[in-house]
Design a protein around this ligand. Structure first.
Ligand code: MG
Length: 204
């Protein structure tokens, strides 16, 4: 299995293979009853690890992104990528690459891409979810919004995973860490951490 998953490491994205393996393992174990939700699709790297587990479980992943890029990915910014820019409309657009990757890895039946912002999408999804992965914008406002909009939808015994947890400001922004620490005071318990990725289980 790990050999097959290794193929996903070739997908463009800011996720280490070992982190992808943790997402796969958590989704495989916990996304068994309803479905998974991902905030921040980008080009689909993490979605493929989660979607593969969903495929094996007969469940699915809903991956949500406005596809206009984060603050750091805008034209001329630090993580600007000309391959993900729509020069005709002068805007970042990562949806074509996401769609291409979902098809390439034959996950169309198990990954549903939604083009929307997190808050708006959260109002349209009212059922309980098994697994939530927060990997969206890193501003404090966005991270808090992602956590608050979605935390109550996770079923008891389900998983909340958060990417880009950095122990110090020198390593990276502190917004994901802030919501991680808040979750730990609100009924979530750490199951496993790999690099900057944490997986928490909803206990109460
Ligand atoms: Mg990330």
């Amino acid at each position: 299995m790990s050999n097959f998953l290794k193929e996903f490491d070739a997908i463009k994205g800011f996720l280490a293979h070992e982190e992808g393996i943790l997402l796969y393992e958590m989704a495989k174990q916990y996304c068994t009853k309803s479905f998974a939700v991902e905030i921040g699709s980008y080009c689909g790297k993490s979605a493929c690890y989660i979607g593969q587990a969903c495929k094996e479980n007969g469940t699915y992943l809903v991956t949500i992104d406005h596809h206009r890029g984060s603050e750091e990915q805008q034209f001329g910014a630090e993580y600007f990528d000309p391959e993900e820019y729509d020069y005709k409309n002068n805007r970042v657009d990562t949806l074509p690459t996401l769609t291409k990757n979902i098809a390439k890895y034959k996950l169309n039946s198990h990954i549903k891409a939604i083009v929307d912002n997190s808050k708006s999408a959260s109002k349209k999804i009212n059922s309980e979810i098994d697994f939530l992965f927060i990997d969206g914008s890193h501003t404090f406002e966005s991270a808090r919004n992602d956590y608050e909009s979605w935390k109550n939808k996770i079923r008891t015994g389900g998983i909340l995973s958060i990417h880009d947890i950095y122990d110090s400001e020198l390593e990276g922004g502190q917004a994901p860490k802030e919501i991680y620490e808040k979750a730990m005071t609100e009924g979530f318990k750490l199951v496993k951490r790999v690099n900057s990725l944490v997986a928490l289980k909803k206990i109460t």
